[in-house]
Design a protein around this ligand. Structure first.
Ligand SMILES: Cc1cc2nc3c(=O)[nH]c(=O)nc-3n(C[C@H](O)[C@H](O)[C@H](O)COP(=O)(O)OP(=O)(O)OC[C@H]3O[C@@H](n4cnc5c(N)ncnc54)[C@H](O)[C@@H]3O)c2cc1C
Length: 243
């Protein structure tokens, strides 16, 4: 199918973005790997796409002593290939490598995945376990929200009108921390039927996140799927991620 006609803009100035997004029907576009299929099916019919890829810092990967900073435009492929001597010891690469197939990973972004918050997506669950913080930007004004507050519900986030996800910050875990990740999908690279992630920092309770009908959620508050098959798959994913 063919998408409905739409206008297109790109800006390299953060301060121009809110006005572009204020136009009725205007939405941001990142890798377009979710948006284009939705537009082709006419599930989404935006009047204007506003490309984020020229914004300063959008694809930056930076490390400070306590944090890994990932621009929202960092692609799954970049994470798969390793973001330098990162403090997460290849954990991001493990998650990224299980998303779709390489052409999708070349274009799809971590920020796009979080901003969409498909309940079957991988990054929301994995980054929730890793204590990530969402950096939201409206023009030049920034605010930070822990991911559990950013991910409001399925396909719903705390983004305000005109605001975009600019970056994700992941606190550096101690050297003896462990990370578990399990995605159960009908075939390699397909969307998860169930997924679970666990961060274990010695001396602290394990931090466990799962996919749920309400999107990525921390245990023990995550609602159980109604479907007994999915509930069973979640049990298995949890067991494997926390083993
Ligand atoms: C065949 C196929 C298989 C896939 N398999 C998986 C899978 O196994 N696991 C998985 O997790 N995902 C999977 N995906 C989804 C893929 O990871 C997407 O890349 C991702 O969900 C969206 O990222 P994007 O950069 O393409 O966002 P886009 O498609 O450009 O945008 C998605 C939505 O987020 C909004 N948006 C994007 N960036 C921002 C931002 N920075 N701030 C605010 N809003 C923003 C857009 O307006 C849009 O509504 C698959 C996709 C395809 C096509």
């Amino acid at each position: 199918m063919t998408p409905a006609a739409f206008a297109f803009s790109r800006t390299a100035r953060w301060e121009e973005l809110p006005a572009l997004l204020a136009e009725p029907g205007a939405i941001p576009v990142a890798g377009a790997q979710s948006l284009m299929p939705m537009m082709a099916l006419r599930v989404a019919e935006p009047a204007r796409l506003v490309a984020l890829d020229a914004l300063p810092g959008y694809r930056d990967v930076r490390q400070s002593p306590g944090l890994l900073h990932l621009g929202a435009g960092v692609t799954h492929a970049t994470a798969e290939d390793g973001v330098g001597p990162e403090p997460l010891r290849g954990w991001l690469a493990r998650v990224a490598g299980g998303i779709a197939y390489r052409p999708v990973r070349n274009r799809g972004t971590i920020g796009g995945s979080l901003a969409l918050h498909d309940p079957a997506a991988d990054w929301p669950v994995a980054l929730l376990a890793l204590r990530a913080v969402a950096v939201l930007r409206h023009g030049t004004a920034e605010r930070r929200l822990p991911l559990q507050e950013f991910l409001v519900g399925p396909f719903t986030t705390a983004l305000a009108p005109g605001e975009v996800l600019a970056a994700i910050e992941v606190p550096r875990p101690p050297e003896d921390a462990r990370f578990g990740w399990c995605k159960l999908a009908p075939s390699a690279g397909a969307f998860a039927e169930a997924s679970a992630a666990m961060l274990q920092i010695p001396g602290a309770p394990p931090r466990v996140a799962v996919s749920s009908p309400e999107g990525a959620r921390l245990m023990p508050d995550a609602p159980l799927p109604d479907d007994p098959h999915l509930a069973r798959l979640r049990e298995v994913a949890l067991r494997r991620a926390t083993a």
